[in-house]
Write a protein that binds this ligand. Structure first.
Ligand SMILES: *Cc1c(COP(=O)(O)O)cnc(C)c1O
Length: 232
């Protein structure tokens, strides 16, 4: 790590400053928006270093890679979020080793996570991923399917439904991005009105966290702005 720790420290501070400034600009309280450090394609050393700087929430997109880092982190105080596409044969590892999964987009996956969550662990925290821009071949359920998925999740006592996650289409420009974030917030609020006790609106990444915070994000998922370019 050596010099690297100074760079990580500075990047982490910059990201925290950006979040703080965005909260302020939106008239929100400091600390309302949580930072998920997305460590996919980053070495375990970098996770340990950033954890040592006081960062607690980490996100991984690939199961095997995530499990290796969870192992490497041992008993450090880290909350692990799975944020990648989920194949059926990957649900067990997620249910057994992660505290959160943010990328659930179908009922079959909900059911498997519920069945596979070990009874001795607290319920697995779940966000439903919505394909808010209607992109073809993209993960996430269409918005109109989200209410029934939320009902299904609410019926699973090994799961705790926390909110909604989205990644808007990159080509939409700033205005399109803001509109997509705003639609996601509407969906989130409509689920709350329907009686779901949600507290997490997960949207915004390295390039667009300001817009997401302006539109009500409670968690931003930031990779490259914290860790630098990904390997490979
Ligand atoms: C990779 C990834 C991120 C982080 O992207 P950056 O642009 O590196 O900040 C956030 N969310 C998801 C779901 C990702 O896969």
């Amino acid at each position: 790590m050596g010099d690297n720790i100074h760079i990580l420290k500075q990047r982490l501070r910059e990201v925290r400053d950006r979040i703080r400034a965005a909260e302020k600009a939106a008239g929100r309280s400091p600390g309302e928006v949580a930072l998920l450090a997305v460590s996919k394609a980053q070495p375990a050393d970098a996770v340990l270093a950033v954890s040592g700087l006081g960062q607690r929430l980490f996100g991984e997109s690939y199961l095997q890679e995530g499990l290796e880092k969870i192992q490497a982190a041992g008993d450090r105080d880290i909350e692990w979020h799975f944020i990648g596409p989920i194949q059926s044969n990957k649900t067990r590892g997620i249910a057994e080793r992660f505290q959160w999964v943010q990328s659930v987009d179908r009922a079959k996956i909900l059911r498997r996570l519920h069945e596979q969550r070990p009874a001795e662990l607290p319920p697995l925290n779940v966000c439903l991923q919505v394909n808010i821009s209607g992109e073809a071949q993209k993960s996430g359920a269409p918005p109109e399917r989200i209410p029934e998925l939320a009902e299904a999740a609410a019926g699973c006592d090994r799961l705790r439904l926390r909110g909604v996650m989205t990644i808007p289409a990159p080509g939409d420009g700033e205005a399109g991005m803001r509109a997509a974030f705003a639609r996601t917030r509407e969906l989130y609020l409509s689920l709350r009105e329907a009686g779901h006790g949600l507290d997490t609106l997960s949207m915004g990444m390295s390039g667009d966290l300001e817009q997401a915070v302006a539109e009500g994000a409670t968690m931003v998922r930031v990779g490259t702005a914290v860790f630098g370019p990904r390997e490979g």
